[in-house]
Design a protein around this ligand. Structure first.
Ligand code: SF4
Ligand code: SF4
Length: 332
């Protein structure tokens, strides 16, 4: 039995017929988001597949990294969807979209064979065929959302985000704009939570996700890394780490882009609440941001404005706050 259908309940048990998730990993990327998603705990992938949330239909996830099926058996649902035979589905793209117009005689990215010609079908052609039939389109990972690493300066493929390919004002047949879920990779629970919310919405049991100006779920990307960082208290009182191994101090002088990057990883952690880049000593490299990676490089170099802010705090109110707090602690 395919892993994506374990113990799937019937429509009568849940919020209706299953929602299919057609997940293409054949953008220009590394499959890191598919792998990361298997670590989700809240909710878990298994929760989604079983449809164990009230009002939510079970999901059938067709992802080549996770599927038991292969070859024609795996491809069948993609051809059905392209022919308009799939009732409702979420189209997920992982990896950025290559510009096939500059691919010469070959192609940059493809999957499946055209039955008529036995030629590979490019990812762009799949997007052209599937997006008009999809209820929601999810650009998963910074590559799919904004171009990411494959789109960095000097790339020969013309790589771009899905919004650049489909057009900024593109909406699905339900009138839903592209949902961008960036991260490199995406925080695992952010993936499953977003799929859960979209599934509930398609079942008529929940509102559409509110998106920010970059098409990201506003609730997940509404604050900066620093605002949720476990080291933010050090920044406030002007204490800064000097070397990468320092357990104390804000990391901004080591290159951390936390003050200018929007991301909930320091709050949510990576797996089951554990980890979260700066919390565990890693600088934030701004991987959820539209300008990543070019505008955040070199990663280890401090941001000019971050450094200015750090110096200001260090030599102005930071020491005053520290002294007042130490005084309060001693009195306590
Ligand atoms: Fe891989 Fe990062 Fe691109 Fe996802 S966003 S495909 S993890 S490089
Ligand atoms: Fe990316 Fe920074 Fe968030 Fe870590 S904290 S996932 S580097 S944006």
């Amino acid at each position: 039995m395919p892993a994506s259908r374990i113990d799937a309940p019937t429509a009568a048990d849940t919020g209706g017929d299953p929602v299919s998730v057609l997940w293409m990993t054949t953008g220009l990327g590394c499959d890191g988001d598919s792998i990361a998603m298997t670590a989700a705990r809240n909710p878990s992938l298994e929760d989604l597949l079983r449809g164990c949330f009230p009002g939510m239909p079970p999901m059938i996830v067709h992802n080549p990294v996770l599927a038991y099926e292969n070859g024609d058996e795996f491809m069948r649902v993609f051809f059905d969807a392209a022919a308009g035979k799939l009732e409702r589905f979420i189209l997920v793209l992982e990896g950025s979209v290559a510009n096939e117009q500059i691919a010469g005689d070959g192609h940059w990215a493809a999957f499946g064979l055209d039955p008529a010609t036995a030629e590979p079908i490019s990812t762009c052609r799949w997007i052209d065929r599937l997006a008009p039939h999809a209820d929601v389109v999810l650009a998963l990972g910074t590559c799919a959302a904004f171009g990411g690493i494959p789109a960095m300066r000097g790339n020969p493929t013309g790589a771009m985000g899905l919004s650049d390919y489909l057009g900024a004002g593109w909406t699905s047949r339900r009138g839903v704009p592209i949902v961008n879920l960036p991260g490199c990779p995406v925080q695992p629970d952010n993936v499953t939570e977003t799929l859960l919310q979209l599934g509930l919405h398609l079942a008529g049991a929940g509102p559409m996700i509110e998106l920010d100006e970059n098409g990201r779920p506003a609730r997940l990307f509404g604050r900066t890394v620093q605002q949720g960082c476990g080291r933010a208290g050090f920044a406030e009182q002007g204490e800064f780490a000097r070397t990468p191994g320092d357990h104390r101090g804000c990391l901004v002088r080591l290159g951390c882009k936390g003050p200018v990057a929007s991301c909930n990883v320091p709050i949510r952690g990576w797996v089951n609440g554990v980890g979260g880049c700066p919390n565990v000593g890693g600088i934030c490299i701004g991987c959820t941001m539209p300008a990543f990676p070019d505008k955040f490089m070199p990663f280890m170099a401090p941001d000019r404005f971050g450094l200015l802010a750090a110096r200001t705090v260090r030599f102005t109110y930071g020491p005053v706050l520290r002294r007042l707090r130490q005084h309060a602690i001693r009195r306590g």
